[in-house]
Design a protein around this ligand. Structure first.
Ligand code: G6P
Ligand code: MG
Length: 220
């Protein structure tokens, strides 16, 4: 078909936020300040570089670019240790079913993630082959809320942006999807993802009927 479905990775396909948290939290502890789960919410969907800047801001810490680079590398080393242990059991509920359904309907399926570790994660959870197109943090220069990642995915699928649906758990990701002129489905809380066209708590309550009706303009 001429429809494309773009999945964010972290928080949509897998719950890696807790691994990011553990790794960032170690750095914050080393630097001598408290980094809470609430603070961690601010890092969702945000690039590694921007995440560090937000973290340092919370701790009221300034540092040279070299120092920041070292901290990012140390954080990522720890994060990679957690990722190495991931298995397909960590795929969030109903995601495989939705992917299978969309494929059967002949839709194009893409990954649109800010992560530079996306391919490794997909391999660990055995979903690498489920996506026709993968656009991740290694392919883009502008992080969400910039629409670059999603526009690139649409382009590689050869689908017009207005014929794309994005699944996103982060505020910055919903903003990016709307800036790309796509239909944005939030995965999470309605009060948080206010700019989304529709919000589901997770994939277990999302039906093929709902997905099939997205482009049916209601008759007035
Ligand atoms: C996702 C996560 C963010 C993370 C970013 C970069 O968007 O939601 O929390 O900072 O990816 O991930 P990376 O694996 O490249 O450090
Ligand atoms: Mg996410």
């Amino acid at each position: 078909t001429d429809k494309g479905f773009i999945f964010d990775l972290d928080g949509v396909v897998v719950d890696t936020a807790r691994y990011h948290y553990k790794a960032w939290n170690r750095l914050a502890t080393q630097l001598g300040f408290v980094f809470t789960q609430e603070h961690n919410e601010l890092l969702k969907g945000v690039s590694r570089k921007k995440s560090l800047d937000i973290l340092l801001n919370i701790g009221n810490i300034t540092a040279s670019e070299d120092q920041k680079q070292q901290w990012m590398e140390a954080k990522n080393q720890e994060y990679l240790e957690y990722i190495q242990k991931m298995t397909p059991d960590e795929i969030l509920p109903n995601v495989p079913y939705i992917l299978k359904h969309l494929k059967e309907e002949g839709h194009h399926i893409a990954l649109g993630s800010a992560s530079k570790n996306a391919v490794q994660i997909l391999q660990k959870i055995m979903l690498f082959d489920a996506f026709d197109v993968i656009v991740d943090g290694t392919h883009v220069s502008k992080a969400k809320p910039d629409p670059e990642v999603f526009l690139k995915a649409a382009q590689e699928m050869n689908i017009r942006p207005e014929n794309c649906v994005v699944f996103e758990d982060a505020v910055a990701g919903i903003q990016a999807a709307k800036a790309a002129n796509m239909y944005a489905i939030g995965i999470g809380k309605k009060e948080v993802l206010i700019a989304a066209d529709e919000v589901f708590p997770d994939f277990t309550t999302m039906t093929p009927q709902f997905l099939g009706a997205i482009w049916n303009v209601p008759k007035v």
